[in-house]
Design a binder for this molecule. Structure first.
Ligand code: SF4
Length: 236
């Protein structure tokens, strides 16, 4: 049964905040991580990837477009993008200027258009037009880093190869005191032993959903947060 929520006076505060005290022992961190995951899973039973997609190719492209942009905005752009260029082969042959025009509203559109066309061309040239379901093959593709590879593997292929560390996951991990690392790959490495492997993809959704809905970067709503009695960063 979930522990009762303890009401607190919410006091908005802006980042950067002081680093959260880190639970002293590995066992304490593990216990905290387990309880956080249990409560978030109860609170967000339908947490899922909020980027609309029908296959691994669409998810990979949408994830590239989501850099420095909201999922909502990306979801407004991708229907037209995939209507015009539904496959890697089609996108590989498109005029770069046309792609730029379609993805313009997601920001950094020149780089993003170049990245997704480079990705499409590499998929055609090296993978028969398919997205490979392997971390090593994904991370060498244009525009695909470890975060995007984890998104694709976890959501399009149902594989738990790692934990997606985006801005929300990084911020919440620090606020929970689960790690002091600031580099995404190191944060991922610190999180992996704290959570069961078969839950890694879902864990990312839970943290992202909580970060978007309650634990905002600038104004965390600690007073309404179901973790406020166990979170070391809760506003007193
Ligand atoms: S109590 Fe909740 S909202 Fe406040 S810092 Fe912790 S997780 Fe974020």
């Amino acid at each position: 049964m979930a522990a009762p929520r303890r009401p607190r006076q919410a006091t908005p505060h802006a980042e950067p905040r002081k680093a959260a005290p880190r639970p002293r022992s590995a066992a304490a961190r593990l216990a905290l991580a387990t309880e956080i995951q249990r409560r978030l899973a109860d609170a967000y039973p339908n947490a899922h990837c909020e980027l609309d997609h029908r296959n691994a190719f669409e998810l990979a492209v949408a994830t590239v477009l989501s850099a420095q942009c909201t999922d909502k905005r990306v979801n407004l752009v991708t229907p037209e993008l995939f209507r015009r260029w539904p496959t890697p082969a089609a996108l590989a042959e498109a005029l770069l200027e046309d792609i730029e025009e379609v993805v313009r509203s997601t920001g950094f559109y020149r780089n993003k258009a170049k990245s997704i066309q480079g990705l499409a061309r590499a998929l055609v040239a090296d993978h028969g037009g398919e997205v490979p379901a392997e971390m090593d093959a994904l991370v060498v593709l244009p525009g695909i880093g470890r975060k995007t590879a984890n998104v694709v593997l976890g959501n399009a292929f149902g594989m738990n190869e790692g934990v997606v560390v985006d801005t929300h996951v990084a911020r919440l991990s620090a606020r929970f005191g689960l790690t002091r690392e600031t580099d995404a790959v190191r944060i991922e490495r610190a999180l992996m032993p704290l959570f069961a492997r078969e839950t890694w993809a879902q864990l990312s959704h839970l943290l992202i959903w909580h970060g978007r809905r309650v634990c905002d970067a600038r104004r965390p709503r600690c007073g309404d947060c179901l973790l406020n009695d166990i979170c070391p960063s809760a506003t007193l």
